[in-house]
Design a protein. Structure first.
Length: 158
């Protein structure tokens, strides 16, 4: 039996949600505790309601977090970005993605713009031609240190 409750508990705690916020009106308190310990599983309708209360966009997101790299139903955003970097290898100008989002008010857009810029810079470094922007690196480090679990909600609403 898969222990989905262990993953649900980790997500709930990472998001700072109370058990009654996630399970209230769906299952009883004792059953919720047993679910989070991996002793029982929920009926499909109850499971989908719990995922909604965990603020997950869809079941794929949950299963991606549960199975990690084994789950092939959804590519991670970072892998897509890495694939995109192949398009600007050895290009002299700044990537369009970076120019579009580098001044964004949304933290996640700025983070990924800086990441693209860093990857492009690393790709172009040949002794003296480029330097990594330390201010952008500090922002990326701070952003990552604040996040424990990334779900689509945080990535789209930060």
């Amino acid at each position: 039996m898969e222990k989905y409750g262990l993953t649900a508990r980790r997500i709930r705690i990472d998001k700072g949600l109370l058990m009654k916020e996630v399970y209230g009106g769906i299952v009883g308190r004792t059953f919720a505790y047993r679910f989070e310990r991996g002793e029982v599983n929920l009926a499909l309708e109850d499971f989908l309601s719990v995922l909604d209360n965990l603020e997950l966009e869809n079941p794929d997101e949950f299963f991606f977090l549960h199975y990690g790299e084994k789950y092939r139903g959804q590519k991670s955003f970072l892998k897509e970005i890495a694939e995109e970097t192949q398009r600007f290898q050895h290009v002299e100008k700044e990537p369009k993605f970076y120019l579009k989002y580098k001044d964004s008010k949304k933290k996640e857009e700025r983070f990924y713009a800086y990441l693209i810029h860093l990857l492009a810079t690393i790709d172009r470094i040949d002794a003296q031609t480029s330097e990594v922007n330390t201010e952008e690196m500090k922002f990326m480090e701070d952003y990552l240190m604040q996040m424990e679990t990334w779900t689509l909600k945080e990535m789209t609403n930060a």
